[in-house]
Design a protein around this ligand. Structure first.
Ligand SMILES: NC(=O)c1ccc[n+]([C@@H]2O[C@H](COP(=O)([O-])OP(=O)(O)OC[C@H]3O[C@@H](n4cnc5c(N)ncnc54)[C@H](OP(=O)(O)O)[C@@H]3O)[C@@H](O)[C@H]2O)c1
Length: 264
């Protein structure tokens, strides 16, 4: 069994770092022509260089655009009218007690985490249907099914992604296009590394800080460690490939068993 995306074009939003970067890397290793995205030109260019070097692929390119806005999304699809694989990875998080989240923040979280993906899928998915093959993948979170008390507004957006993804999958039923969500658990990105340093203490060596964080703040994890971004990237590459053809309308957990539920 080999994941082969030769001849496919893949866009990963928010991929100049973190899980998006790892997904772009896995897709490039599977020979897809990968388009990296982020708001900052320099960071996008650095990510393209990094991915070309790490994967040996010459088919990695980048588009700097703020896809959380209608203008940014229009700019991106103007430059890239068609993709075979759309990974709606862009997402923001932050801890704020639920009764202290103002209206504007609820709206902003919806726009960045949910509407950004809807806009791009609305453009790309019907065109995939026209060609008879496509993959739309929303990167959600275990927070979708296990709402974190300290960031309910984030959890709300992650649950909404599952609803939207399922509905879109129903809309494109029987066309060769699949739509799914991937639910990572706590993953070691730069943002999470900082988050743990804040919670556990900056003087604690990282391995020990990770162990303590998992024990006290993520006790239900069956993995007992943070997930590495490449573990999510590999999973996304599988879902993006022909091999996942019987999987659509699904919420797929790659959370190290942290969500203590049987379904999904
Ligand atoms: N890390 C975790 O533990 C974890 C767990 C479960 C689920 N997730 C989900 O995984 C996804 C990725 O999370 P992450 O932690 O890997 O993120 P991250 O490390 O914070 O990466 C964010 C990326 O998105 C880009 N970005 C931010 N705002 C943007 C915008 N408006 N338009 C385009 N690009 C933008 C950033 O570049 P610029 O700043 O230059 O734009 C950067 O490349 C999110 O949907 C998140 O909810 C993460």
């Amino acid at each position: 069994m080999k994941i082969d995306l030769t001849g496919r074009t893949a866009l990963v939003t928010g991929s100049s770092s973190g899980i998006g970067y790892a997904a772009a890397r896995a897709l490039a290793l599977a020979d897809a022509a990968v388009v990296v995205n982020g708001r900052d030109e320099r960071r996008v260019a650095d990510a393209v260089d990094g991915l070309r070097e790490e994967t040996g692929s010459t088919k990695v390119t980048g588009i700097a655009a703020d896809v959380a806005t209608a203008e940014g999304a229009a700019d991106l699809v103007g430059q890239l009218p068609d993709v075979d694989v759309l990974v709606n990875n862009l997402g923001i998080f932050g801890a704020v007690p639920v009764f202290e989240v103002p209206d504007e923040e609820w709206v902003r979280y919806f726009e960045v985490n949910v509407l950004s993906g809807i806009r791009l899928a609305r453009h790309y998915a019907p065109r995939m249907v026209g060609r008879g093959w496509g993959r739309v993948i929303f990167v959600s979170s275990e927070s979708a099914i296990q709402i974190p008390t300290e960031m309910v507004h984030y959890g709300m957006t992650k649950t909404a992604q599952i609803a939207v993804s399922r509905g879109m999958a129903q809309e494109v039923a029987g066309t060769g296009v699949t739509v799914n969500t991937v639910l990572p658990g706590s993953t070691l990105t730069e943002g999470v590394r900082e988050f743990i340093a804040d919670r556990v203490g900056r003087d604690v060596p990282f391995e020990e800080a990770e162990r303590r964080f998992m024990e006290t703040e993520r006790p239900t994890s069956l993995l007992k460690r943070l997930i590495r971004p490449e573990e999510i990237g590999n999973f996304i590459a599988y879902v993006a490939s022909d091999l996942s053809s019987a999987t659509t309308g699904a919420a797929l957990r790659a959370d190290g068993g942290i969500a203590n539920t049987l379904i999904p």
